[in-house]
Design a protein around this ligand. Structure first.
Ligand code: SAH
Ligand code: SF4
Length: 361
């Protein structure tokens, strides 16, 4: 079956759901390598081998939500809560601009109070002014009203990352309290698109209760929703969360999560072709060179951490977050070396917008 599917990919034919499932299930090392090479060839042809940076600023861990998997959920009393000041955020963003990072991401726990909307608007306006409008700005601030999304767009944000977490409503319900709504989250993706954002979404891979069929449906969901950017990564348990109790202990847990994450990147590249796909930090948490493996499996975006080291330990969505004590300058040097080692280059000074977005607008 595998050979037939690979030939179908070479002919540029659309894959059926059971073929996507079969690719995601590949476990043999040589077969997986062949899958990644197919995905890499498509990446080279459709988006190129320049890696674009999105420097991520995790500016606050206050959150009003209670997702069962997340270390900074509001019911976790063991987290020291912090919020960077406006000046701190703007300074880090402009540092990134000076260092030729084409784009940044502002990420935090979710808040929807008016003071928060104002705060973000102020940050966006100052970053836009300070960078002469050059710096690409992605927001990853959860579910908001249409009005808030519009205000932030008008203030200079032009991409938004809102993971659907899973495209299966029943699985979504198992991962969240009853007042967290799958439909509402899905509707947010529509609003973002309508306002004009480049829309990013994604899922966690290897969750308790999740099947390969769920993951295949996630990729088809990205396709149906005409998504521009994908940010997805392996699920990593956090001991202070309810979901961790459902993780079956296995000596090869990390290896399996890593393989599942890489297979998912490769198949997403093959099916979605010209979207931007991030090699996320969760891959690096599983293996020191996990992000490079992600690039070799079809990803083309990396999100170097710009958060000041004094805050990093308090922003742990999952355990074993890497590089807790490395500052942004060290991260940049380390990454540049790693990317050169796999024969790719960094797109310094460029935004690296999603070619898929350019094609649809
Ligand atoms: N509060 C915002 C953004 C911060 S959370 C939001 O939820 O959209 C960003 C992402 O971290 C989430 O979308 C989720 O997919 C991921 N995440 C949370 N806990 C995780 C865990 N234990 N393992 C892997 N990813 C996790
Ligand atoms: Fe809050 Fe996002 Fe974590 Fe959910 S995933 S608890 S919304 S920070």
């Amino acid at each position: 079956m595998r050979q037939n599917i690979f030939e179908k990919i070479d002919r540029g034919e659309r894959l059926a759901r059971d073929e996507i499932v079969a690719l995601l299930n590949l476990a043999d090392a040589a077969e997986r390598e062949a899958l990644y090479q197919k995905a890499y060839a498509i990446k080279r042809q459709r988006v190129g081998t320049t890696v674009y940076f999105r420097g991520i600023i995790e500016f606050s861990n206050y959150c009003v939500k209670d997702c069962f998997y997340c270390g900074i959920r509001k019911s976790n009393p063991h987290v020291e809560r912090y919020q960077m000041t406006l000046d701190e955020i703007v300074n880090v963003a402009l540092w990134a601009h000076q260092r030729q990072y084409g784009s940044i991401v502002l990420q935090s726990g979710e808040r929807s109070d008016p003071a928060f909307a104002d705060f973000i608007e102020q940050a966006l306006l100052r970053i836009r002014d300070g960078s002469g409008g050059e710096l690409g700005i992605t927001l990853s601030l959860g579910e908001q009203s249409d009005e808030t999304y519009q205000r932030w767009f008008d203030a200079g944000a032009h991409r938004y990352l809102l993971r659907i977490e899973t495209s299966n409503p029943e699985l979504y319900a198992k991962l969240h309290p009853a007042d967290h709504s799958f439909e509402r989250r899905r509707a947010c993706l529509d609003s973002l698109r309508q306002i004009g954002y480049q829309v990013g979404t994604g899922v966690m891979i290897g969750l308790p209760f999740q099947t390969t069929e769920h993951l295949a449906d996630d990729i088809l969901f990205f396709q149906q929703q005409d998504i521009d950017m994908i940010g997805m990564g392996p699920y990593l348990p956090h001991h202070d969360t309810p979901l961790a109790a459902h993780v079956a202990a296995a000596p090869d847990f990390e290896e399996r999560q890593l393989a599942a994450g890489l297979n998912m990147i490769a198949v997403a590249r093959i099916v979605l072709q010209d979207v931007n796909i991030a090699a996320t930090t969760a891959l690096q948490a599983l293996r020191h060179n996990g992000r490079e493996l992600g690039l070799l499996a079809g990803a083309n975006i990396i999100m170097p951490n710009l958060t000041d080291t004094q805050y990093r330990a308090a922003y742990q969505l999952y355990q074993n977050k890497p590089c807790l004590d490395e500052n942004a300058t060290m991260c940049q040097a380390c990454l540049e070396g790693r990317i050169a080692l796999i024969g790719e280059t960094v797109g310094y000074g460029k935004r690296g917008d999603s070619p898929h977005f350019a094609a649809r607008s």
